[in-house]
Design a protein around this ligand. Structure first.
Ligand SMILES: NC(=O)c1ccc[n+]([C@@H]2O[C@H](COP(=O)([O-])OP(=O)(O)OC[C@H]3O[C@@H](n4cnc5c(N)ncnc54)[C@H](OP(=O)(O)O)[C@@H]3O)[C@@H](O)[C@H]2O)c1
Length: 302
C-alpha cells in the first residue's frame, strides 16, 4: 500500500522496507571483496552522487573500475577515493569525446553503467547541434555501447540509470526533442529522455540478438545528491529529510551490474523488476517509437 503512495516508496523509508530481505531474496554478488575480481566496470558520471557510490561498491567487490568524468580536476579527486580505480575523461554529450573514450577503454568490459545525467533549465545545444539532455542521456550512452561492440559480450551487463520521472511521460517525438517550437521544459525533457533510455535499451537487446549483452534500465529512488539540490531546489527543500543516501541509490545499480538478473531489457527498482508503464496513456505509439529509434540509431552511429 505504501508503494502506491510513490513518496513512501521512492524515499528512504521505501528503501528500508524493500531492503529488509535483499540478502535472502536477491543475494548481491557484491558481498565478498573478490566477487568481481578480474572484471572490468565502466561507470559514467562517476565523480559524484550515485555514480561515485556505484564505483565504490563495484571496486569493493574487486572490480577494476573505470570512472568516466567530464571534469579532470573533479575526476582526479574522485578517483583518489576509490581503491584501484582508473580515470577516463569524457563529456558524454559530445560525440567526439565518446569516440575517444571508447578507444581508451579496455578490450573487454563486463559492466557498463550509463549513469551520467543532469536536469537543465534551459535549452542548450551541444557542439554536435543536439539538445544537451538528449545528447547526454540518450545519444552519448547509445553511441558508447555501440562503439564498444564485441568488447561487450553476452555475459556483460549494461545498466541504464533512468528515473521514475519517466513513468509520468509518454514519448513525444518530432524529429529531435523540443525542436517543434514547444517551450523548453527541463523536467519534461529529462523525463522524456529517461523514457527513451528504456526504449533504446529494448532496441539494443532486440537488434543485438544472441550477441547482445544483458541490459537493465532502473530507477534509483529519490537520492540526496548535488544534482537534485541544484536542479530541483523546491523539491529538495520539501523532501531533504526523506531522501535516500547516495549509497542507497547506488545499491540496485551495482547489484544489476554485478550479475545478470532475469530477462534482458527490463526495468528495475530496489532489486526487483518493476512496471515501466504505470498508466496506459504513457505507452508510446509504434510510429513515434520507431521514428525516435531511427534518429538515435543515426545519431549514435559508431
Ligand atoms: N538523485 C536522484 O534522486 C535521481 C533520481 C532518478 C534518477 N537519477 C539519475 O541518477 C544519475 C546520477 O545522478 P545523481 O543524482 O547522482 O546526480 P549528480 O550527483 O549531479 O551526479 C551526476 C554525475 O553525472 C555527471 N555528468 C552530468 N552530465 C555529464 C556529461 N555530459 N558527461 C559526463 N558526465 C556528466 C556529473 O558530472 P559533473 O560533476 O561534472 O557535473 C556527475 O558526476 C543521473 O542519470 C540522474 O538522472 C537521480
Amino acid at each position: 500500500m505504501l508503494d502506491g503512495t510513490v513518496v513512501f516508496s521512492f524515499d528512504r523509508t521505501g528503501y528500508a522496507r524493500h531492503s529488509r530481505d535483499f540478502a535472502v531474496s536477491s543475494p548481491g554478488g557484491l558481498d565478498s571483496p573478490n566477487a568481481l575480481s578480474g572484471q572490468v566496470a565502466v561507470v559514467t558520471g562517476a565523480n559524484a552522487g550515485i555514480g561515485l557510490e556505484t564505483s565504490r561498491l563495484l571496486a569493493a567487490a574487486g572490480a577494476e573500475v573505470w570512472m568516466v568524468c567530464r571534469d579532470p580536476a573533479r575526476g582526479v579527486a574522485a578517483v583518489a577515493t576509490v581503491p584501484g580505480a582508473r580515470l577516463a575523461i569524457a563529456d558524454m554529450s559530445n560525440r567526439m569525446d565518446v569516440r575517444k573514450l571508447a578507444t581508451s577503454l579496455p578490450e573487454h568490459v563486463d559492466m557498463l553503467v550509463h549513469n551520467a545525467g543532469a536536469l537543465v533549465d534551459k535549452r542548450v545545444t551541444t557542439a554536435d547541434g543536439l539538445e544537451t539532455t538528449f545528447a547526454t542521456h540518450v545519444v552519448g550512452p547509445t553511441m558508447l555501447t555501440r562503439l564498444l561492440g564485441a568488447r561487450l559480450t553476452p555475459e556483460s551487463r549494461v545498466v541504464w540509470v533512468s528515473s521514475g520521472g519517466m513513468l509520468t511521460q509518454r514519448l513525444r517525438w518530432d524529429g529531435q526533442p523540443w525542436t517543434g517550437g514547444r517551450r523548453f521544459d527541463g523536467v519534461v525533457a529529462y523525463a522524456q529522455c529517461k523514457r527513451m533510455q528504456l526504449l533504446v535499451a529494448e532496441w539494443l537487446v532486440e537488434s543485438g540478438g544472441a550477441r547482445s549483452p544483458w541490459h537493465a534500465t532502473m530507477h534509483p529512488g529519490w537520492v540526496e545528491t548535488a544534482g537534485v539540490r541544484t536542479s530541483l531546489p523546491t523539491f529538495h527543500r520539501y523532501t531533504q529529510n526523506i531522501l535516500r543516501s547516495p549509497a542507497q541509490g547506488a545499491d540496485t545499480v551495482a547489484w544489476l551490474a554485478a550479475a545478470r538478473r532475469g530477462d534482458n531489457g527490463r526495468f528495475w527498482f530496489d532489486r526487483a523488476e518493476a512496471k515501466p508503464y504505470w498508466f496506459s496513456w504513457t505507452r508510446e505509439s509504434e510510429a513515434e517509437r520507431k521514428a525516435m529509434l531511427e534518429s538515435v540509431e543515426f545519431l549514435s552511429r559508431p
